[in-house]
Design a protein around this ligand. Sequence first.
Ligand SMILES: NC(=O)c1ccc[n+]([C@@H]2O[C@H](COP(=O)([O-])OP(=O)(O)OC[C@H]3O[C@@H](n4cnc5c(N)ncnc54)[C@H](OP(=O)(O)O)[C@@H]3O)[C@@H](O)[C@H]2O)c1
Length: 348
Amino acid sequence: VAYRLAFIGFGTVGQGLAEILLDKREALRSQYGFEWEVVAISDITKGAVYSEKGLDLSGVLSVLQKTGRLDGYSEGIKGWDSLKTIRETNADVIIEVTFTNIETAEPALSHVKTALSLGKHVVTSNKGPAALALEELTNLAKEKGVFFKFEGAVMSGTPLISVGLNGLAGSEIQEIRGILNGTTNYILTEMEKGKTYEEALREAQRLGYAEAVPDADVEGWDALAKILILANALMKANLKVKDVEREGITKITPSDIEEARREGKRWKLIARAQREGGKVTAQVRPQALPLEDPLAQVMGVTNALTFRTDLLGGVTVIGPGAGRKETGFALLTDLLEIHRYLSHGSRS
Ligand SMILES: NC(=O)c1ccc[n+]([C@@H]2O[C@H](COP(=O)([O-])OP(=O)(O)OC[C@H]3O[C@@H](n4cnc5c(N)ncnc54)[C@H](OP(=O)(O)O)[C@@H]3O)[C@@H](O)[C@H]2O)c1
C-alpha cells in the first residue's frame, strides 16, 4: 500500500523532497518496498490542491514552475488551508515544512499536534516544534501509535538523530558538541582569511546564507534551538530555551582571530550539552579550539557534531547543514524509517 503524503508548506525543502520522490520512485519501490502518493499540498502563498486519489506530482511541479502557484493544476479541490488539509484530507503522513518560529513554534506546532491527534505520522525539518515541545509531541505520537520524526531539523540530511538513537544505542551519550550553524561558521572562516565581521556578514548575505536580519544566526538562536533538540532527543535532558546559555559571534574581532592563530587555535561557535552528576546542561558560545580538535577543521558552511560516549569515546559526524536536496533527503530518511518499522516491526 502506498503512503498518502500531504505537504504543509511547499518552499525550498518541500519541493526538494518532491523532486527526490519523483527521481527515486522506482528505486524506492524496488529496494525498500516504499510506495507513495502525494494527495495534498497546502502553502500559504502558493495556494493548495487536494485529490484523494493522488496528484500527478510532476504535473503540479511544472504548473508551479510556470505560474508560481499550485492552484493552476487542472484537477482536485483547491484552496484548503493547512489545518483543513491536515484534518480533512485522507493523508496518513503530514510533511510539515513551513518556516521555523523559535519563540512559539507556531503555526507549525498546531500543525503537528493536530496531525498526531488524528493518528497521522509527522515528518518535519522545522526546528520549532522539536525544540519547544518535544516531550509533549513524542508522548502524543506514542499514545496515538504514530511517529513524530525530525531528522532534518538539525544538520539537514546528515544523520544525527538516527546515529544517536539507533547507531549509538546501548552506550551512554555523555556529551555532544558541535558546529550546528553554517552561516556563523562561514563568517568565522572568512574572518580568518582577513575580512572584518561586517564584510564577512555582507558576503554571507550576498550568497544567501544569512538573512537580511541575521540575528537568528549570529546571536546563536539557531544553534540554541538545535542543541536543545539534540539534548532533549538524545540525552533526555528536558531543557527549555531559557536553560541554555547563549552567546553569538558578534563580539569576535580580527585581533581575537589573530591571537588564536598565534596560539594554534581557531574560533568556532560551539553548541554543547553535557551530562554531569546526573544533570544535563547546555551552552552556545564561541570558543577558540586547538587545531587538533576535529571540529576546528570544519570550515565554511559545513556542520559537524562530536558525540562522546562511555563505550566508544569520541565519534564525529561532519556534513552539510542545509540545502534543498540535503534537507529533502532528511525527510526521505524519516519516511523510510517509518516504513521500515511498520513493515518489519523493527527500526533497522
Ligand atoms: N532550507 C534549508 O536548508 C533548511 C535546512 C534545515 C531545516 N530547514 C527548515 O525546514 C523548514 C522549511 O524550510 P524552507 O527552506 O523550505 O522554507 P521556505 O522556502 O520559506 O518554505 C516554507 C513555505 O511554507 C509556507 N508557509 C508558511 N506558513 C504556512 C502555513 N501556515 N500554511 C501553509 N504554508 C505555510 C511559506 O510561505 P511564505 O513564503 O509565505 O512564508 C513557504 O512557502 C523551515 O522550518 C526551516 O527552518 C530548512
